[in-house]
Design a protein around this ligand. Structure first.
Ligand code: BG6
Length: 484
């Protein structure tokens, strides 16, 4: 199987925050990979823009170092890197002042796609948007890319949407949620809507419950300040987890087109019930016992920011009214393992009798680390000795099914940036969707701050607080083990 790479010929991509962490770790190495894959045409150019005084030549060395560090080298990379660097320029620019804007204007070409990546804090979105217009840099069909956090509640998200809408049409705004760029997440749609097999069973009549887990081993690292203001709810649940929930639960869109998909996702968010207090568990990882160490990472010694959240969600519509969705995400857990598990109901009657045990089909969509899809089916245990049943996986780990080369998927960012250039918004969040997602989580966060209840401690390397286990046990269910 040979993948088809369509070159995207001509574009000027400006990265505001071009010397920042995201540019270094994800955007620049990702662009290099697309270049190496032959996806960037001869007229493609990337312009870093940031406050640091620097010549383009120095920026190219910065890009070289970023690629070296964050892109695992493969044979032939050395030959490509110079070609890639030849497309890179840099301008020193002040988002809040006038410095550099005319230099940027002079660099940009007419008749090519213009895209502006706002890889900066949301406080600068308004300034950038305004200056792109006052300096007549924004062309009528240019695109802007904005990163999360998109607001910290519904009100601030709405204000941000209004600010951007003063300068850009909704069709020009690409709100990134990198989970939507993950290979398996897109495969979720292919599995659901490309096969006859699953869709008839995809409802409360056949699905007992659905579990969505995004477990991380890492802690908060150097992002303590940001994280202390956000917490797991704002950092992961309001965006990544809710997007997964939407894709799993939405009705089939009439076509795979931006608004058709986003309309259906929005309907899911609007059908979510408010979450009862007893249906949410928040936790915070404990450190080594040294009061000055780990908890400070989350914020400060008295931080009440959660690094773990688990909840039971309900969707009030015909398809899902009787199927609970259990969501959990956390840092410093035992393994890095993210998956969606669709747990089907028991067969209505066992012809094999009580001794054959308890069996269920589970469809597991594994996001990381080993991307793939697994369907647990019940079969007869081979060999003599009567009818003994066992559960075995029908496993489609992509790397095995497709071969390592084909399974060398583009990183989520690479794919999404190329979608921006192509003008495809399907995998980006629309403004109303983001606001609605905040509308669902805001009351939960508000209640936490009203009651002032601290998060429950959990040990580093565990599966989270015990109460998260209880959340399922009381319903007669249990979480799947977190395993990489
Ligand atoms: C980011 C969060 O959006 O997603 C991080 O801000 C988190 O806190 C990261 O670690 C997880 O992404 P991934 O792709 O590693 O699962």
């Amino acid at each position: 199987m040979v993948s088809r790479v369509i070159p995207v010929e001509s574009f000027d991509l400006v990265i505001f925050g071009g010397t920042g962490d995201l540019a270094r770790r994800k955007i620049l190495p990702g662009l290099f990979r697309r270049y190496r894959a032959g996806q960037m045409g001869a007229e493609a150019r990337i312009i870093g823009a940031a406050r640091s005084e620097m010549e383009s030549a120095a920026y190219r060395e910065f890009v070289r170092a970023a690629v070296d560090e964050f892109h695992p080298a493969t044979a032939g990379d050395a030959a490509h890197i110079d070609g890639f660097l030849a497309r890179i320029e840099y301008v020193t620019l002040d988002a809040r002042g006038e410095t550099g804007w005319s230099d940027l204007a002079a660099l940009l070409r007419d008749d090519v796609v213009r895209a502006f990546y706002f890889s900066v804090g949301p406080a600068l979105f308004g300034d950038l948007a305004e200056r792109l217009h006052t300096h007549q840099i924004a062309s009528p069909d240019c695109r802007i890319v904005v990163e999360k956090p998109f607001g910290r509640d519904m009100q601030t998200a709405r204000a941000l949407n209004r600010t951007l809408a003063q300068h850009f049409e909704e069709t020009q705004i690409y709100r990134i949620d990198h989970y939507l760029g993950k290979e398996t997440v897109q495969n979720l749609m292919a599995i659901r809507f490309g096969n006859m097999l699953f869709e008839p069973l995809w409802n409360s009549q056949y699905v007992d419950h659905i579990q969505i887990t995004v477990a991380e081993q890492v802690g908060v690292g150097g992002r303590g300040d940001y994280y202390d203001r956000a917490g797991a709810m704002r950092d992961m649940l309001q965006n990544h987890m809710m997007q997964l929930l939407c894709l799993i639960a939405m009705e089939p869109p009439a076509k795979f087109a931006p608004d058709a998909v986003r309309d259906e996702k929005l309907k899911v968010i609007r059908a979510l019930d408010p979450v009862a207090r007893e249906d949410v568990v928040r936790g915070q990882y404990e450190g080594t016992g040294d009061k000055n160490s780990d908890r400070i990472e989350v914020g400060n010694r008295d931080s009440t920011t959660e690094s773990f959240v688990a909840m039971r969600a309900r969707i009030s519509n015909w398809r899902w009214a009787a199927t609970p969705f259990y969501l959990r995400t956390g840092k410093r857990l035992r393994d890095r393992a993210s998956e969606i598990a669709v747990v089907f109901k028991d067969a209505p009657h066992s012809i094999f009798g009580a001794k054959s045990g308890h069996h269920r089909n589970i469809l597991t969509i594994k996001l990381q680390p080993n991307e793939g899809i697994e369907l647990g089916v019940t079969i007869k245990e081979p060999g003599p000795g009567g009818m003994r049943l066992v559960d075995v996986p029908l496993d489609m780990t992509f790397a095995e099914a497709l071969g390592p080369e084909e399974a060398d998927f583009p990183d989520a960012y690479e794919r999404l940036i190329m979608d921006v250039i192509r003008g495809n918004q399907t995998l980006f969040m629309r403004g109303d969707e983001v606001e609605a997602a905040w509308g669902w989580v805001d009351p939960i966060i508000a209640e936490w701050s009203e009651t002032g209840e601290p998060p429950l401690p959990y040990a580093t390397g565990s599966s989270g607080p015990d109460d998260a286990l209880m959340l399922m046990h009381r319903d007669g269910r249990r979480w799947r083990e977190i395993r990489a």
